[in-house]
Write a protein that binds this ligand. Structure first.
Ligand code: UGA
Length: 438
């Protein structure tokens, strides 16, 4: 099929390359000339494992190319995927719809008869119906439709999540739209991927419900960490123990500095805002607690750090391992690690941050923090080391060697992934939230 993918961020660039790899002819569309130049040469403008190879292969094969023209997209495509961002609005919990609206307004006049616009961006429920009306209003003569197909890919695993999704969810208003989407995803369906075809509102809600559930799971275990701290329990053992119950499951029960990124935090807030508009704000009031537990993790980490350096950060060197909101990503949007680093700096600490991939993005957001490309350099003369993003290379660190570099061998494991016993036997004092007995 001839497919366009509009918006080439973490979601769109991966989707475009995967669609091209699945046998479609794909045109990627973006307004950013820098991104377009990189992508046209087969280079992703961000870090995502597996994407460079896929992009190069599909661009070289001629099945994927890029443009900045929505007119060209409209004339080319049978199916148009809308993959632009829906960030949190400044001064509000609600999602900012300006990028999605601009794409639909720009594309609608150029749509061909029989074409299908498919929203993938995470949006407030009701958006799809509104946009379908907008297309009909802007181009009343065209026989085009709109569908919604939420995306569940995780950064760091985006390629495998797109090529082998655990489910496909589509919201459609006609059998024709459903048939077109089945054709788009034919390789996944042949491989046995579950396919859920529903109405527009349910499809939109599935996405925010899934992210809200994941956020709730993380905040649940972090709330248990708070209780463990008060009662003298160990949250990691607790999570392991309840996780053995298959009804609960161990995944997304890793306690630590909490969730960040461009999705979970803003999605739960936009969902609360939308529920309020729909008159069912009370139904989602628990998400406010989920958000509060999560944000408290950052504060508690700063408090523990201050306690460990003797009550004040003044004159103290603090090394931060990790800047990305999670490993295998260079995304620093709403990163707990960087928020904690900035708070310590604000309180007078000399902060130096290391990350294997996210330094450039981190520097752009927090230019006054100090950065190091080398772990030992970041830890040089440190009074405290904070492990805040669980990159594999931090797990493989030689604790004995690092001990010789720092001023005080004190470590906070903000992700509960380091081998505490090994660090302690190398001579370190190790602390973690929710693990007072360890
Ligand atoms: C999330 C969802 O997992 C995807 O399914 C969804 O498609 C995506 O949002 C989206 O809406 O686009 P992502 O933001 O890439 O994906 O990251 P996650 O893997 O969900 O992690 C989110 C945050 O939770 C990270 O900061 C991570 O460190 C944290 N986390 C995760 C924990 O603190 N504990 C855990 O047990 C798991």
């Amino acid at each position: 099929m001839r497919i366009t993918v509009i918006g080439t961020g973490y979601l769109g660039a991966v989707h475009a390359a995967c669609m091209a790899d699945s046998g479609h002819e794909v045109l990627g569309v973006d307004v950013d000339p820098r991104k377009l130049a990189a992508l046209s040469e087969g280079r992703p403008p961000f870090f995502e494992p597996g994407l460079p190879e896929l992009l190069r292969r599909t661009v070289d094969a001629g099945s994927l190319r890029f443009t900045d023209s929505l007119q060209e997209a409209g004339e080319f495509g049978e199916v148009h995927f809308v993959c632009v961002g829906t960030p949190q609005q400044p001064g509000s919990y609600a999602a900012d719809m300006k990028y999605v609206d601009a794409v639909v307004d720009g594309l609608a006049p150029h749509l061909r008869d029989g074409s299908l616009v498919v929203g993938k961006s995470t949006v407030p429920v009701g958006t799809a119906a509104r946009l379908a009306g907008r297309i009909a209003e802007l181009n009343p003569a065209v026989d085009a439709e709109l569908a919604w197909n939420p995306e569940f890919l995780r950064e760091g695993f985006a390629v495998q999540d797109t090529l082998r999704p655990d489910r496909l969810v589509v919201g459609v208003t006609s059998e024709r739209a459903d048939a077109m989407l089945r054709e788009v995803y034919a390789p996944m369906l042949t491989a046995g991927c579950p396919y859920i075809s529903t109405d527009l509102a349910t499809a939109e809600l599935v996405k925010v419900a899934a992210n809200s559930f994941l956020a709730t799971k993380i905040s649940f275990v972090n709330a248990m960490a708070e209780v463990c701290d008060a009662a003298g329990g160990d949250v990691v053992t607790l999570a392991d123990a309840i996780g053995h119950d298959t009804r609960i499951g161990r995944r997304f029960l890793s306690a630590g500095v909490g969730f960040g990124g461009g999705c979970l935090p803003k999605d739960i807030r936009a969902f609360m805002a939308r529920a309020g508009e729909l008159g069912v704000g009370e139904a989602l009031s628990f998400l406010k607690a989920v958000d509060e537990v999560n944000m408290r993790r950052r504060q508690r980490t700063v408090d523990l750090a201050r306690e460990l350096v003797g009550g004040s950060f003044l004159g103290k060197n603090v090394a931060i391992l990790g800047a990305a909101f999670k490993p295998d990503s260079d995304d620093v949007r709403d990163s707990p690690a960087l928020n904690i680093a900035a708070a310590i700096q604000l309180q007078g600490g000399q902060v130096r941050v290391h990350d294997p991939e996210a330094i450039d993005n981190a520097r752009a957001q927090f230019p006054t923090l100090d950065y190091a490309l080398d772990i030992e350099k970041a830890c040089e003369r440190a009074d405290l080391v904070l492990h805040l993003t669980e990159w594999t290379q931090y797990r493989e660190l030689d604790a004995g060697r690092l001990l010789k570099v720092v001023r005080e061998p004190v470590l906070i494991d903000g992700r509960n992934t380091l081998d505490m016993a090994a660090w302690r036997s190398a001579g370190w004092t190790v602390r973690a939230l929710g693990r007072s007995q360890h």
